[in-house]
Design a protein around this ligand. Structure first.
Ligand code: HEM
Length: 457
């Protein structure tokens, strides 16, 4: 293709840049949604020295994330994410990423994850008990779910009780808040300024390093014989680094990454699902009926999971409307062509599951919550890449089985045992941070079902 033939995607004029910058801070989801509504599946947005290429077609997502993934590294926001997470599996590239993925992937295989079902069921049942203590009253269910997902990661991946570290949840929030602030301000606010967020960031990152340091020391002192858990594998892999400090840093980065990547996304999936379901009593009733018919009064087991067909459909639909990872930023290494448009080397490319999952061509009435879209018995000619809550290609989520198993157990157990009502007048606003947070939390009123029985724990 000669330079003259190169097609550039349409987009707002350069003079719109100040307004776009403002919107980038105030309403990122609105900005992305308006861009694709106005200009179509490929949009070029120039802001100062930066040019963003937004692609919103399943074929584009397939090309960038999978078919030509070798031409893309992680993009916008990842410099900031790296500051929070270092060089862990989510942020690393090239040979280091390959080595890290090879080390960690086996721990996330289906059968290994299945062995963790009991731990998750225990946690889900104790969540029910804690919430039941609030019967008739309002409580923030999201706080409880977030503590649960962090605790599950501690016990399933690290065999450690993270509940013993009170500050951990708060520290994860502080590092993310600052990373997000730096992304919104395009890194223009110097880090040496003694701002509150900077100080909180440093303290929080140090706290997380301290916590994972304690976990590593504990494991070194008490090795696990089978030796194939995350910590033992990481200890062995990072011990190969010639420089011990490099090995120690990698270990800390990897652990902080796994804990963050694994708990917020799963909590967000559960939170958005509960929010949607509480606003659709017919869906809530069907979920309850399904959970009662599959579990009865008994304790949920791994074998039950495949029978929870409707629960699975509801989760898929909630992740369609509110994908916990709402944006997949990439940077082109070499010139490329996406959907017939030229993408120059160095360009920032954005694929947003949030807008892709609401593409009107593939999702009629895209803003409507309708789990029937995912009925496996209804034929659908929807392309595979129209729904990518776990990403795609080589950087596909390594924890997807764990995340789905956890979300399914938590939702089905809660639905069987409790009737959760949203608080009238309280709107939950999506906050697109590193994950799609539930702005204002998730206050709910807890009730029993009329047919409630005491469930065997
Ligand atoms: C339902 C919950 C989850 C959702 C929706 C989710 C979503 C995603 C997405 C979309 C990506 C791809 C990011 C990209 O390509 O830029 C990703 C990557 C990743 N996820 Fe998850 N995730 C979930 C649960 C988990 C869990 C439980 C863990 C376990 C610790 C985890 C660990 C990771 C890691 C380490 C990566 C980076 C993989 C790589 O680059 O090789 N995730 N996740």
């Amino acid at each position: 293709m000669t330079p003259a033939d190169r097609r550039t995607p349409p987009g707002p004029p350069r003079r719109a840049a100040p307004g776009i910058l403002r919107k980038l801070r105030a309403d990122r989801l609105g900005l992305m949604s308006e861009a694709v509504r106005e200009y179509g599946d490929a949009v070029r947005v120039a802001i100062g020295p930066k040019t963003l290429y937004i692609f919103n077609h399943p074929d584009h997502a397939k090309h960038v994330l999978a078919d030509n993934a070798a031409n893309y590294h992680k993009g916008i926001g990842y410099t900031e994410a790296k500051r929070a997470l270092g060089d862990g599996l989510l942020t690393s590239e090239g040979a280091l990423w390959k080595e890290q993925r090879r080390t960690i992937q086996p721990v996330f295989q289906h059968k290994r994850i299945a062995a963790q079902a009991d731990v998750i069921v225990d946690e889900a049942l104790s969540l029910v008990d804690r919430l039941r203590a609030h019967t008739g009253r309002r409580t923030d269910v999201l706080d409880e779910v977030t503590a649960l997902t962090l605790g599950v990661l501690g016990s399933t991946l690290l065999d450690a009780d993270l509940g013993a570290f009170e500050s951990v949840g708060h520290s994860f929030e502080a590092v993310q808040d600052q990373a997000m602030f730096e992304m919104e301000t395009l890194g223009l606010v110097p880090r040496w300024l003694p701002l509150k967020g900077q100080r909180a960031f440093r303290a929080a990152r140090a706290d997380l390093e301290r916590i994972v340091g304690v976990l590593v020391e504990q494991r070194k002192a008490n090795p696990i014989e089978s030796g194939d858990d995350v910590l033992t594998r990481l200890i062995a892999s990072t011990a190969k680094e010639a420089d011990k400090r490099v090995g120690d840093r990698r270990m800390r980065d990897e652990l902080v990454t796994l804990l963050l990547a694994g708990h917020e996304t799963t909590a967000s999936t559960v939170g958005w699902t509960l929010n949607a379901v509480s606003r659709h009593p017919d869906v809530r009733q069907r979920l309850h009926d399904e959970a009662v018919s599959v579990y009865g009064d008994g304790r949920p087991t791994y074998a039950d999971l495949t029978k929870l067909r409707y629960t699975h459909m509801v989760l898929q639909e909630a992740m369609r409307l509110f994908p916990p990872v709402w944006i997949l930023p990439r940077r082109a290494l070499e010139d490329d062509e996406v959907g017939g448009y030229h993408v120059p080397a160095g360009a920032d490319v954005l694929i947003s599951p949030y807008t892709l999952h609401r593409h009107p061509r593939y999702w009629p009435e895209p803003d409507r919550f309708d789990p029937e879209r995912f009925d496996p018995d209804k034929p659908s000619d929807r392309p595979r890449y129209a729904h990518i809550p776990f990403g795609a290609g080589p950087r596909f989520c390594v924890g997807n089985h764990l995340g789905m198993m956890e979300a399914t157990f938590i939702i089905s157990t809660l639905m069987r045992d409790l009737r959760l009502e949203h608080v009238p007048g309280h709107e939950v606003k999506p906050e697109p941070m590193m994950s799609l947070r539930l702005g204002g939390g998730l206050p709910m009123t807890v009730h029993s079902w009329p047919d409630a029985r005491r469930i065997a724990a």
